[in-house]
Design a protein around this ligand. Structure first.
Ligand code: PEP
Length: 635
């Protein structure tokens, strides 16, 4: 599979997983009390006695909704891709185990993963989670295949906005009522129609199965719902925990109803019938009570107590105990106006617009900035960045041959001044002699290596200080041949880099992947680790003295050049990585050379790419004419 195909598949999978998580988190935030009730059902399975509105359940609901929503958003926008995909995988492993258990033990009828918005059986949920687990594993396998729509600098804006939005939504819906009612007892539905005409569109299970009993245990739902006019139901899903702060308003409303011949009933769960006396004691209630199934009362109004207004058997309004209507008992309250005010809530469309438009705007602005900066800033920065063609003689040429080559090159370049910085990196023994024959204003001099120790009993080694004393200003470090044949690890190279910089040498630091790593699509990861392993302890000031050379090992000395597109793709990635670590300015100023079978015939095309700032040249630097041909690619 090509990298592009992999990226397309990953993007599609990420979109599907993100959509599921966003929907799941958002549905919970729209009706958090519904989720608390669901979680409480699990808690009671384990013998835990909690109130539906207990703080612990509210916090668990909020945490779950926020986690799902944030993971979904981060997958969608490609934010912190490694962390996001790993967390999604861990989350899906936990969820799949949990749903496997619910499938086997059957503690609740539906697991509540999408709240009331979409009810799935435990079997359906398990199947869904197995698919999501497979998808999350795929994403975690190669997280960087996901497109990133926001730069690291702007990612926090999206996350903070979304989290604040969701938290505010949950605070509102906990305090008032769900902004979108997913229960069967939705405002506008006709309970009468559902009860007497079960085939009708209005027939929902909870509505059709509603049973209301009076104090004598007689079923009264038929007579109550057949009655024309208004009836209030004060729902008490949990009498002991019900808020008493609204009692004056409730009693005023009851007085008003008595004066105007409007029905008013308290509605309490059958299991709590004995608590009616307690409620009357606590509140001085004078209204009659009906009983029903507790699950239905919980669904009727997501509040404790809650208020429902029925007109001609149809639900016309609901209120939370925090938001009860005030009536002046001396005047006729316009119940229609009260209902209209209660139903005047933000529509789902408006809510989604408030959520999505700012995020969309952020992504659009970011894309425009990216486009703009890629086309213009890159050009500008490329112009400003130092362009270098550096030769790496490796272990070639004896002293006389080396001095002759340097002399020839010096003459050529003094006669025809280069448009870029030119550096020749020679074996140690050539340095002092070559320094004597070159014009340092035109050609810089560098070593191919230096020791990882400052000085002392290290037979055969040459220190950074010694290199500097020859007149050299550069040193190549981390070349793949030194990594492969001399066991130079990231740690050793870190020491060398530090010593070279401490001795005022400019470091040409080589990075690059081997063929197997490229074939496995791991090149970005390899290069990132090489940078991280040896350079991430530097300060931005120190890093300003480092030139990077991307040298795919499979292209060095093989005649097999990376295409200009492959080089640009990697150079852009390197610059992005550097920006993440040392900041955008350091990244824009960093010279990144390409190395690997670069010749006069391909140099121009490679150097034309926005992020390629020159070349590190091996074989072709051993002939003055070839090397000059590459240098002239900048003309
Ligand atoms: C090198 O070794 O740095 C190099 C780029 O070699 P060549 O140009 O010969 O591939």
């Amino acid at each position: 599979m090509t990298k592009r195909q992999h990226s397309i598949i990953s993007t599609c999978i990420a979109l599907a997983v993100a959509a599921t998580l966003l929907f799941s988190g958002f549905a919970k935030a729209l009706d958090p009390m519904g989720m608390c009730i669901k979680l409480n059902a699990y808690a009671s399975y384990f013998g835990l006695q909690l109130a539906d509105s207990s703080l612990i359940l509210q916090l668990a609901t909020a945490a779950l909704a926020l986690l799902e929503f944030t993971l979904g958003l981060n997958l969608l926008l490609g934010i912190r891709r490694r962390l996001t995909t790993a967390t999604t995988l861990v989350f899906m492993v936990c969820m799949t185990c949990l749903t496997l258990w619910t499938f086997i033990a059957d503690p609740v009828a539906d697991c509540g993963c999408f709240g009331e918005a979409l009810k799935l059986t435990n079997g359906q949920t398990l199947a869904k989670n197995i698919v999501l687990l497979a998808a999350a594993s795929w994403l975690a396998w190669k997280p960087l295949a996901l497109p990133r729509l926001l730069t690291e600098r702007n990612q926090w804006i999206a996350n903070t906005y979304a989290a604040a939005f969701l938290a505010a939504l949950m605070a509102y819906t906990f305090h008032r009522l769900p902004l979108v009612d997913f229960t069967d007892f939705k405002t506008g539905r006709s309970m009468r129609e559902a009860l007497f005409n079960p085939e009708s569109e209005e027939s929902y299970t909870d509505l059709a199965n509603l049973i209301l009993c009076d104090a004598e245990g007689e079923m009264v739902q038929d007579s109550l719902l057949l009655e024309d006019g208004y009836t209030f139901l004060l729902t008490l899903p949990d009498e002991a925990e019900a808020d008493e702060g609204c009692i004056d308003q409730v009693n005023d409303l009851f007085d008003y109803c008595t004066d105007h011949g409007i029905g008013f009933f308290g509605l309490i769960a059958q299991e709590e019938e004995e608590n009616i006396a307690d409620w009357i004691d606590r509140t001085g209630a004078e209204y009659s009570f009906l009983t029903s199934e507790s699950t239905q009362i919980k669904a009727m109004v997501r509040s404790n107590p809650g208020l429902m207004l029925i007109k001609d058997g149809r639900i016309v309004a609901k209120w939370s105990h925090n938001d009860l209507p005030s009536v002046d008992t001396r005047h006729t309250a316009d119940l229609e106006a009260l209902s209209a005010a209660a139903n005047d809530r933000m529509s789902l469309r408006k809510l989604l617009a408030w959520l999505c438009l700012p995020l969309l705007l952020l992504v659009v602005i970011q894309s425009i900035i990216n486009l703009f900066s890629r086309h213009n800033l890159n050009k500008k920065h490329k112009k400003m960045r130092k362009k270098i063609v550096a030769g790496n003689w490796k272990m070639n040429k004896n002293l006389q041959e080396g001095v002759a080559l340097a002399t020839e090159l010096n003459e050529l370049l003094n006669a025809d001044k280069p448009n870029c910085g030119v550096v020749i990196c020679t074996p140690f023994i050539h340095l002092a002699s070559v320094a004597g024959v070159i014009n340092k204003d035109v050609i810089g001099l560098g070593a191919e290596n230096c020791a990882d120790k400052a000085s002392g009993a290290y037979t055969g080694e040459v220190s950074a200080e010694m290199v500097k004393s020859t007149g050299a200003d550069y040193v190549i470090l981390g070349h793949s041949e030194r990594r492969a044949y001399y066991g130079e690890t990231a740690e050793i190279l870190k020491e060398k880099v530090n010593l070279a910089l401490a001795n005022n040498l400019e470091v040409i630091f080589c990075i690059g992947e081997v063929l197997e790593e490229r074939e496995a699509g791991k090149q970005n990861e390899v290069v990132r680790q090489q940078l991280e392993g040896s350079l991430y302890d530097l300060t931005a000031e120190q890093f300003a003295h480092v030139v990077l050379a991307y040298e795919p090992v499979w292209a060095i000395g093989t005649g097999k050049t990376a295409t200009a597109e492959q080089a640009e793709e990697m150079h852009a990635f390197i610059r992005q990585t550097i920006a993440g670590k040392f900041g955008a300015e350091a990244a824009e100023n960093c010279t990144i050379l390409y190395g690997g079978s670069c010749k006069p015939s391909n140099a121009k095309e490679l150097f034309s790419k926005p992020d390629v700032d020159g070349g590190l040249i091996g074989g072709a630097s051993l002939k003055a004419a070839d090397f000059k041909g590459i240098i002239d690619a900048w003309k």
